[in-house]
Structure formats: structure tokens, C-alpha cells
Design a protein around this ligand. Sequence first.
Ligand code: G
Ligand code: G
Ligand code: MN
Ligand code: NA
Length: 250
Amino acid sequence: SLLSIDLHHSIDRGELELFYQPQNDTLSRDIIGYEVLLRWRHPTRGMVSPVEFIPLAERTGFIQRLGDWVLETACREASSWAQPVRIAVNVAPAQLADVALPHRVRDILLQTGLPAERLELEITESGIIGDQQHALHIIRQLKAMGVKIAMDDYGTGYSSLSTLQNFPFDKIKIDRSFVDGIGRSRPAEAIVRSTIILARSLDIPVLAEGVETEEHMTFLRGEGCLQVQGYLFGKPQPLSDIKTAVMTAV
Ligand code: G
Ligand code: G
Ligand code: MN
Ligand code: NA
């Protein structure tokens, strides 16, 4: 398609940009990290959402180059921050399927000087339901380097519980569709509550996504969820907008 042709040129034409959304400590409200969210400023269509072009990139095979660009750019940008907070980068299923991913991540960390511990990769269940053994092998290599692995969109997949049993996650991110139901939906609240209990029993830090209100905060604090992310603390913003925060030493 025309859009896929444009996408192949987007890197060289400088149309891609990374936005950063804060992740906060529930109690102190300090920023503990940033999720990296890719943006494409198309010359005529304006801002195109990753929801549209990531699947396209996966179909055309462009996802490897695109994924490398995101990782390389995020690690380079974050490596010069005075505040050594973590960055969380989304990794598409097709990237995780690639045996070369751990080597490329290692190269990027060496090139940019970002300590491995500051990099977290967010993967979804769809990224591991194909060949589980293969995904596990890649995840183990990444973890051996010191890179953290987060399970994104928890609860929305087919087999979240068995996935938790089989994969060594460093973080569980409760999907924002459940957080959205706090105060309005008893089932959603029950799912949030039981996920927090489950994560704590497994000794895995849990982060609630899509936190938009103080009511969400009160509920999450009460249930013992220690990390939050959402519009209440900040929307995804260009680097220039978070620069003062990240460039200032604490
Ligand atoms: O913030 P936003 O509406 O743009 O994000 C939409 C979706 O795109 C989310 O599911 C998010 O995980 C995904 N996404 C954003 N940036 C990236 C990226 O760099 N790589 C991948 N694979 N997905 C991304
Ligand atoms: O799939 P993933 O969790 O990576 O994508 C996160 C998505 O959620 C992005 O599209 C991001 O812009 C969006 N997002 C982040 N915080 C909020 C929030 O508080 N409310 C809503 N509605 N969306 C959010
Ligand atoms: Mn994510
Ligand atoms: Na999510």
C-alpha cells in the first residue's frame, strides 16, 4: 500500500519521533521511569498512530528496522539524562520472534552506553503464544544481560495465568481497560484487585496503566499497587517537554 511505501521512507526522512510517558511511584508520586511511545508525523496525513503502522510494519517485515530505530534512539536519548530512570520500550511480536534480537540489544547498549538495567522491554501475550520455547529462550538471553522484561496489557490475552507461570517477568502491567472500570465496574475492580494480589504473591512488581483520576489512585493505593502510569501524571510527550525533568540531577 501507499502507506507502507511512506513508512519505509519515514526513518530517512526524519518523520519518526519518540514520546515519553512518566511512570510514577504510587506513594511518593516520584517519576520512576518513562514508557517510550513511537510517533509518526506523516507529511500529508498528519500524526499516524502506531496502532495503524506497527501491524503494517509487521506484515511487510519493516518492523526489524523500525524496532531497531526505536531501541537505538530511546537508549541514546536516555543515556544522556542526569536522572538514571528506566525506559520501557514496546517490542512487537515479530521482533521477539527474531533470534538476533538479544545481539542487537547488546550492540545498542554498548553503542549508546545505556546500562542494561535501565532498559525494560514490554511484551504482550501475543508475542509469546506462537513458539513459547523460542520466546522463552530469547527472553532468558535478554535477562542474562540485565535487561528487564515487562508483561504489557495484562489480562487481555488468552492465557495470562499460564504465561505468568512459564515466563520470568520483572513487571506486570495491568491493562488500562480494567483500571478504567474502577468505581464503576465490580468485575473490573475484582480483576485489578486479584491481579495485584497475584503479582505480589509472585514477587513481581505490578504497575497500573491508564490511571486518570484520584479515585483510581485511592483504590490502587488501598490495594497495594506500588506503580502507576496514566494521564493523571502525564500524557506521552516529546523529549523536549520532559527535558527539564530528566536533565536535572536529583
Ligand atoms: O500511545 P499510543 O496510542 O500511541 O500507543 C498505541 C499502541 O502502540 C500501544 O499498544 C503501544 O504499545 C503501541 N506502540 C507505541 N510505540 C510502539 C513501539 O515503539 N513499538 C511497538 N511495537 N508498539 C508501540
Ligand atoms: O498497549 P500499551 O499499554 O503499550 O499502550 C499504552 C497506550 O495507552 C498508549 O496508547 C498511551 O497513549 C495510552 N495511555 C496512556 N495513559 C493513558 C491514560 O491515562 N488514559 C488513556 N485513555 N490512555 C492512556
Ligand atoms: Mn506498553
Ligand atoms: Na498496555
